[in-house]
Design a protein around this ligand. Structure first.
Ligand SMILES: Cc1cc2nc3c(=O)[nH]c(=O)nc-3n(C[C@H](O)[C@H](O)[C@H](O)COP(=O)(O)OP(=O)(O)OC[C@H]3O[C@@H](n4cnc5c(N)ncnc54)[C@H](O)[C@@H]3O)c2cc1C
Length: 512
């Protein structure tokens, strides 16, 4: 897309072009010009890689209240029930919006096809293009966003938020095509910058997922919540020489079985739900089995799947495995856990408002509280559009008063860039991975506090090293303080759930 030379003063600036950014842009265009800044090409985002689908209680035997029950159960006691209620009850209407924007969900005999995933009590996962749901959504939304009222500037990295009188009024950015500094102003700025899987050595996330939005919001003074909760997906392909690739839970939903090095189907030893147990349980069980066998992976066995043409149901996974020399109909798929989804993020209320006036957040960058300590599979895509819609409704008809915040503990992590992406990734994988302990985290934090690299060039890489250093320090600080285990955040030195801290959230803001 040619870069426009002049822009109408936008009414809304959106940072990010995944599902949340594009959905907000499409919904907000009726309010005035919308400017979207995105640091890579438009489709470089987590959204594009989503496979399993999007959860909505639309089946004949289903009800939003049942999805709510499953969501609360998966969240290990830390779900914000009010926010989760919004998610579950408004989800079906948002499916209608996505269809209106051109997303063609798969159907079976004239009815929308609903898949089953781990820890869901009902089949309720809508998918598109088999296991290419995210790509289908991203393609449809970016086609819909070719609209004169939406300007998308790709290869444009947001580097800081502009605040005036305690309000966010714009964004500083770098045009990565010529390294020039730019500034954009608007009365409303929406963070839709996605997750931060790149903080870890093994991740399912693409390389844009460096947690920038959380660091930008923190630096500007917004509150950050639940930052210690990161979800590890149990089954990413682990094959020497192959790039990271997710093997969706939906494959286990269809009947695939995890087996250890001895060929034993081990999951029933860990949880009554067996292979469909919550993600944190499956991820830790896999780590225990790998450790026991001295292996770097376990196997996913699809031979027990009956009556499903794997090539048709999972075309993306089938093709990827096939290209890696694996015929999933017969061969075991080597899998191991990888960093996948950020439950924490920029604290928002039910209308996507952060604690800084003028700044909204939705999608993976936001912490609405719906996931608690453990995200239920396929709830994240739905969260992006449910709360994205609410952000736009709020911009259109603002409520009186802005949430004051104030709960956030002031914290001043040292400023300075990490030496490299790899330094962050290996430190975080060791210190803040699937199983954490106090010693490892203290050592990790001491190293991260000593990083004092400066911003040596206006490059994406340099800015990311700075954002990643901020997140590393925040995440380790928060994780060290929780001397208990909850869902995806497990401490091997404090394995028990501590009821005294139940419902206690850690909220930080920048301070001296
Ligand atoms: C492999 C994989 C499979 C998944 N499967 C599912 C699934 O089946 N169901 C489900 O519900 N969820 C799934 N998820 C999670 C889900 O895809 C994400 O949570 C969701 O897509 C996040 O959307 P988003 O719009 O918030 O962020 P993203 O889609 O990640 O978009 C973020 C955007 O922000 C841009 N950006 C970041 N920093 C900056 C900056 N500084 N300046 C400018 N732009 C910036 C990025 O370039 C990108 O365009 C999966 C995730 C992965 C990685």
């Amino acid at each position: 897309m040619p870069r426009p030379t002049a822009l109408a003063e936008p009414h809304v600036i959106v940072l990010g072009s995944g599902i949340s950014g594009l959905f907000v842009a499409l919904e907000a265009r009726k309010l005035g010009p919308v400017l979207v800044l995105t640091k890579g090409s438009i489709d470089e985002c987590n959204t594009r890689w989503a496979q399993g689908g999007i959860a909505a209680a639309i089946g004949p035997l289903d009800a939003p209240s049942l999805l709510l029950e499953d969501t609360i159960k998966a969240g290990a006691g830390l779900v914000d029930e009010e926010a989760a209620r919004v998610l579950c009850f408004e989800g079906p209407a948002r499916v209608g919006d996505l269809v209106r924007y051109g997303v063609a969900f798969d159907s079976l005999e004239g009815e929308v096809a609903l898949g089953r995933e781990a820890a869901h009590s009902q089949a309720r996962i809508l998918h598109a293009g088999g296991d290419r749901t995210g790509a289908a959504i991203e393609t449809a939304l970016s086609a819909a966003a070719t609209d004169p009222s939406i300007t998308i500037l790709d290869h444009t990295l947001a580097t800081s938020l502009i605040t005036e009188g305690g309000r966010v009024v714009g964004v500083r950015a770098v045009n990565l095509l010529d390294s020039s500094a730019e500034e954009y102003r608007a009365p409303h700025v929406v963070l839709a910058t996605g997750g931060a899987g790149q903080l870890f050595s093994h991740t399912t996330n693409p390389d844009v997922a460096t947690g920038d939005g959380i660091a930008l919001a923190f630096e500007a003074g917004a509150e950050i919540a639940d930052i210690e909760f990161y979800q590890f997906h149990p089954t990413a392909l682990r094959l020497a020489g192959a790039p990271p690739f997710l093997i969706s839970e939906a494959v286990r939903g269809e009947g695939a079985t995890l087996r250890n090095a001895a060929g034993e189907a081990f999951m029933t030893r860990y949880d009554e739900l067996g292979d469909l147990a919550p993600r944190d349980v499956v991820a830790r069980a896999i780590v225990a089995e790998m450790r026991g066998a001295g292996a770097d992976h376990v196997s996913l066995d699809c031979t027990g799947i009956d009556g499903v043409d794997l090539q048709v149901r999972f075309p993306g996974i089938w093709t990827f495995c096939h290209d890696a020399g694996i015929d999933m109909r017969h061969d075991p798929i080597p899998v191991a856990p990888a960093a996948h989804y950020f439950m924490g993020g920029v604290r928002t209320d039910l209308y996507g408002r952060t604690t800084l006036p003028g700044l909204y957040a939705c999608g993976e960058v936001a912490c609405t509280g719906v996931h608690g300590a453990n995200r239920l599979a396929s709830n994240s895509l739905m969260e992006t559009v449910v709360f994205g819609k609410r952000v736009v409704e709020e911009i259109a008809t603002p409520r009186r008063g802005w949430p004051a915040g104030g709960e956030g503990e002031p914290i001043a992590p040292r400023v300075g860039a990490a030496p490299s992406h790899e330094a962050v990734q290996s430190l975080m994988w060791r210190a803040a991975g699937i199983e954490r302990d106090g010693d490892g985290m203290r050592k990790g934090l001491a190293i991260a506090q000593s990083w004092d690299g400066t911003l040596d060039a206006p490059t994406r890489e340099a800015h990311e090293r700075r954002q990643m250093a901020i997140l590393t320090r925040l995440m380790l600080t928060a994780a060290l303080r929780r001397e208990e285990s909850w869902g995806a955040r497990y401490r091997s030195d404090f394995p028990e759930t501590d009821d005294q801290h139940l419902k206690h959230r850690q909220v930080f803001r920048r301070g001296e």
